[in-house]
Design a protein around this ligand. Structure first.
Ligand code: DX5
Ligand code: ZN
Length: 212
């Protein structure tokens, strides 16, 4: 299981120290939650802070957009060369076009599904995606309770991926902890995002390795 700690739960007063600690503690990616105050009822960070994060991080960035104007934000963050940029299917009228744009910038495209969104809604986009991110909370805030129906959704998505012989990876985001991680693994999940679980542990390294 790969682990992408979400810096939303980090102490922003010492963000450089926090990022070094998760990178040295065995994280596979640094998960960055970008919220615009429109698509979700919260506002987080923009290019000034994310470029500071990119400078300190020794692991690739996994940028999760929770915004209305996806293309604008993709163009803003592309120069930071993240590994993934993921955008919500619920906020994009032309997902196929945006996937091609992200690819043309040399970045792996991913689509995010809110808890109610069917995996079949992206069936005809799957072969162009490097990753699908399944929300296991309603997006907007860290520290929320895990919604268990995501396990069944991950299983369904995994069989869609296998049936097409694709290499698309599945990531789950929200309320992940040492109790639900096994079910996620068994359902075929490849990467988990963990905010509160990692940053509330006195040892980020222990938290990350217990998930792995
Ligand atoms: C929620 C964010 C998540 C969140 C995860 O909108 O996308 O990445 O920070 O935090 P936890 O693990 O605390 O639910
Ligand atoms: Zn996220």
């Amino acid at each position: 299981m790969k682990v992408a700690p979400s810096i939303l739960s980090a102490d922003f007063g010492k963000l450089d120290v926090e990022i070094k600690a998760i990178c040295d503690g065995g994280s596979d990616y640094v998960h960055v939650d970008v919220m615009d105050g429109h698509f979700v009822p919260n506002l987080t960070i923009g290019p000034v802070v994310v470029s500071a994060v990119a400078k300190v991080a020794t692991k690739p960035l996994d940028i999760h957009l929770m915004v209305e104007n996806n293309t604008f934000f993709v163009e803003l963050f592309a120069p930071l060369k993240p590994e993934f940029i993921s955008f919500h299917i619920e906020s994009e009228s032309h997902p196929h076009r945006l996937i091609q744009k992200i690819k043309s910038l040399g970045i792996k495209p991913a689509i995010v599904l809110n808890p109610h969104t069917l995996p079949e809604s992206i069936e005809y986009l799957l072969e162009d995606l490097d990753m699908v991110l399944l929300m296991s909370v309603n997006p907007g805030f860290g520290g929320q309770k895990f919604i268990p129906s995501v396990v069944e959704k991950a299983r369904r998505l995994k069989s869609m991926i296998n049936a097409r012989d694709l290499k698309t990876v599945i990531e789950v985001d929200g309320g992940v902890n040492d109790k639900n991680i096994k079910d996620l693994k068994n359902a075929g999940v490849d990467i988990v995002v963990a905010g509160n679980y990692v940053f509330s542990n006195p040892s980020y390294k222990n938290a990350i390795s217990s998930l792995k």
